[in-house]
Design a protein around this ligand. Structure first.
Ligand SMILES: NC(=O)c1ccc[n+]([C@@H]2O[C@H](COP(=O)([O-])OP(=O)(O)OC[C@H]3O[C@@H](n4cnc5c(N)ncnc54)[C@H](OP(=O)(O)O)[C@@H]3O)[C@@H](O)[C@H]2O)c1
Length: 252
């Protein structure tokens, strides 16, 4: 049984890291509030979880996180379902992008709106609940790409992930010493729909199960910040931040 954080809300739970976090948190005894646009995937995930753990409570809602009003409605409805939401994992994200100035503002804008503006809406909605409860744990899923400005198709994505990490770190400073906790996770390559294409090209890809286990461990420990999996990504974060540009350019 988990201690204080019984009920966990996860956005973007219909595939990849979000779905696997739901499975692993259910294994640990948590109840779940899951949302995404693909509700058929959520239904299938709930059926899998309930088949393994019939005593778990799993509530589902359709949510497009870029619909501001819907974010607040869905978060409030989950809070009403459970009475309290103990932890919110802001995970929904998009990996689209193109080099700036190459005619794909649409793709970069979509990534910025989903990964940053919608994450802000989710953080607002979560903090509204946590402030009312005077308790809660906010978890922001950033990325290793947030460590340094990234070139080409990653430029916008990396900027959004640095942005969400700063949102969470700002909140952590504000809430230091208070009962509301904030964690930022910086995943490296973990197998999911988002990075199916890079899967072939890097030996650094962790399996979904192993990568998410590192995420769930860090979240359960309520670490302030964690590169996951820690190896190779924690030492790599130092190199990424401090390597001279010509060296960094060769690394990525
Ligand atoms: N996998 C990695 O190596 C890696 C590394 C660093 C960071 N991350 C971050 O981890 C998070 C999860 O990504 P993933 O790798 O698991 O990718 P994924 O398999 O593509 O999953 C992305 C999830 O986000 C949801 N989503 C996307 N746009 C949405 C929208 N407008 N409204 C609601 N939900 C939306 C998707 O649900 P629907 O399409 O059903 O709405 C899906 O459940 C992302 O924030 C990503 O940036 C991943």
């Amino acid at each position: 049984m988990p201690g204080m954080r019984k009920t966990i809300l996860i956005t973007g739970a219909s595939s990849g890291l979000g779905a696997e976090m739901a499975r692993q948190f259910a294994d640990l005894g948590h109840d779940l509030a899951l949302c995404a646009r693909r509700t058929a995937n959520l239904e299938e995930l709930r059926a899998q979880i309930i088949a393994q753990h019939p005593e778990r409570r799993v509530e589902l809602r359709a949510l497009d996180v870029t619909d501001d009003d819907a974010v607040f409605e869905v978060f409030r409805a989950f809070a009403a379902d459970f009475g309290t939401i103990d932890r919110v994992v802001i995970n929904a994200g998009l990996g689209k992008g193109a080099p700036l100035g190459t005619g794909r503002y649409d793709a970069n804008r979509q990534t910025a709106m989903t990964n940053f503006v919608a994450a802000l809406a989710q953080a607002e909605a979560a903090m509204e609940i946590f402030r009312a409860q005077n308790a809660g744990h906010l978890v922001m899923i950033s990325s290793m790409s947030a460590m340094r400005g990234m070139p080409k198709s990653l430029t916008t994505y990396a900027a959004t992930k640095a942005g969400v990490a700063h949102l969470a770190e700002g909140l952590r400073t504000e809430l230091h010493g208070k009962p509301i906790k904030v964690s930022v996770l910086y995943p490296g390559y973990i197998a999911s729909e988002m990075n199916e294409q890079v899967a072939q090209s890097t030996p650094l890809m962790a399996s979904t199960e192993k990568g998410v286990k590192a995420m769930v461990d860090a979240i359960e420990k309520e670490k302030a910040r964690a590169c996951v999996p820690a190896l190779p990504w924690a030492p790599m974060s130092v190199v990424m931040r401090h390597a001279p540009l010509p060296v960094f350019k060769r690394l990525i």
